[in-house]
Design a protein around this ligand. Sequence first.
Ligand code: ADP
Length: 297
Amino acid sequence: MNISIQNLTKIYNNGHHALKSINIEIENGMFGLLGANGAGKSTLMRILVSLMKPSSGKVLVNGMDLMKNRQSIRALTGYLPQDFSAFPKLKTWEFLDYSARLGGLKSKQARLSAIDEMLEEVGLYEVRERYANKLSGGMKRRLGIAQALIGEPKIIIVDEPTTGLDPDERIRFRNLLSKISGRDVIIILSTHIVGDISSSCHHMALLKNGNVVYNGSPHDLVGQAKGKVWRIEASHEQFDEVNVNFNVISTIPSTKGWEIDVVADTVNGYTANLIDPNLEHAYVYYMEHKQEQPEII
Ligand code: ADP
């Protein structure tokens, strides 16, 4: 599979530029879309699942224009929206049956075995006869995941998937996606949680105010922050001043005062050592230091 996003722009009716001529190439595997709230992630997701039209630009899926082949590409796509909460009055298994039919699984036999398998995968088999709207919050989230994955979609788009999941469920969900990502599928995972990306994605884009400010591997992004992350040994008196002067990532009490990890080009005047950056450091460094593309008016 291949998705090519070309000069994609979205201007909402109120004049807000949510996407500013973005370009991204996505191949098989898990692709992470990272950005703060309001960066434009959901806007891009909604365009990719044909719920919204872009203002200009195009999206090609295996060379096919998305806008001209909306139905056939939609049938290949599983989608978990950010605000997945409205359920028709159906039992849990019936809801998945409905999703599987929408995804094009015609044989009843095939659907029933796919449903059982998926209910087991997301831990909802025991409550398959319960009405979907009567499930707990975490279970509804898992049912959302199940409806996005059933029917073996070729493109899986999940918007803030781990919100509302407890730590165990988060790990289980990541493992489920990793298992699927070995196949001929594209999984696009949109999140503002750096940990969701670092543990699972080989490729990623960073969105900031509707611009792609980074597009590449998490590993290379981390590499760019090398030499920029410092552990400052601060006395109690220096604590406030360090917090004012630097981008602080973490603060740990130490025998002499505080060990404060900061992202900065230099930390002249302080006792400090360089430390190995991780993706969270790199994200902060990139968001603070890299120039955005000029605004398109
Ligand atoms: P994210 O998913 O990264 O949080 P969104 O794509 O939801 O970002 O939003 C991007 C920007 O577009 C935000 O500034 C948001 O307020 C704005 N926006 C989203 N939907 C609309 C809309 N229907 N009309 C006007 N502005 C919108």
